[in-house]
Design a protein around this ligand. Structure first.
Ligand SMILES: NC(=O)c1ccc[n+]([C@@H]2O[C@H](COP(=O)([O-])OP(=O)(O)OC[C@H]3O[C@@H](n4cnc5c(N)ncnc54)[C@H](OP(=O)(O)O)[C@@H]3O)[C@@H](O)[C@H]2O)c1
Length: 244
């Protein structure tokens, strides 16, 4: 399996989050240069990783996102791929969730993926090659009662990825999604705090999974080993819900 990332440049959003950070480090470990963005990211958070460059960025600011993509190309000479991994938590009963709750998640995760993809794509198209991985979530096909907003956004992202992969595949750009199930993270703890679904084990493979499980799937989809994988969705969820 080809996993040579030396000389390549990747942009990972949500890089202070559990999954974004694991992905940034996995890529850096394989020799890639990684631009790690989020609102609160600092160079100190990646002090041990000379190939990881912190880029403070709010994905709510379209103009700043466009500038970020251009700055990455200007500073590092190229961009080979993008991973979007932003979100904010909004868990709870449907009847108690407000318009503002919905809007926050749509902004952070749906538009928070749309904007970086829109900013990066012209550079990938100009290069005639590249890969995008959007982190969606298993809730996109299997909504849990406390997670309707995130689940709806995940479904939208999965569809977007399918469309983008088909639209830009002819330009050499592959677009795929990774859909995690429960992964050891502050976010999972928050969801479990709001949820009745605390029973163990969580999946047929027990679980929760680890952020590195998600990172490994992302790395695969970015790599040449996935050269014919496009417009698809890879579940990293231990097999879904466990019934027995
Ligand atoms: N953890 C799980 O079990 C799980 C399961 C299924 C799907 N997922 C999905 O996987 C993705 C990553 O999850 P995670 O657990 O790593 O989440 P997380 O720890 O909550 O991280 C979210 C990231 O998004 C960034 N962010 C939020 N709003 C932003 C904004 N306006 N601009 C820029 N960055 C912003 C945060 O950084 P700043 O606050 O510094 O901006 C943080 O880096 C999410 O889309 C999540 O829905 C996670």
């Amino acid at each position: 399996m080809s996993q040579d990332f030396a000389g390549k440049v990747y942009w990972v959003t949500g890089a202070t989050g559990a999954l974004g950070r694991a992905t940034a480090l996995a890529l850096a470990e394989l020799g890639a240069t990684v631009v790690a963005s989020s609102r609160s990211v600092t160079a100190a958070q990646f002090a041990d990783w000379p190939k990881v460059f912190a880029l403070p960025l709010d994905v709510g600011d379209s103009h700043a996102v466009d500038q970020a993509a251009a700055a990455i190309v200007a500073e590092h000479g190229r961009i080979d791929g993008l991973v979007t991994s932003t979100n904010v938590g909004a868990f709870g009963e449907f009847l108690e969730l407000t318009d503002e709750d919905w809007q926050r998640v749509i902004d952070a995760k749906l538009l928070g993926s749309v904007r970086p993809v829109r900013a990066a794509l012209p550079h990938l198209i100009a290069a005639g090659k590249g890969a995008v991985v959007v982190i969606s979530g298993r809730g996109g096909i299997d909504p849990s009662p406390q997670h309707f907003i995130g689940s709806s956004v995940n479904a939208a992202l999965d569809l977007l990825v399918q469309g983008l992969g088909r639209r830009y595949g002819p330009h050499g750009v592959r677009v795929n999604a990774v859909a995690p199930g429960p992964i050891e993270s502050p976010r999972l703890a928050e969801l479990q705090g709001a949820s009745l679904e605390k029973s163990e084990p969580l999946t047929p493979l027990a679980g929760p999974g680890k952020p590195t499980d998600v990172a490994n799937a992302v790395v695969y989809l970015l790599s040449d080993a996935a050269a014919f994988v496009n417009a698809s969705r890879l579940y990293v969820d231990g097999g879904g819900k466990r019934y027995a």
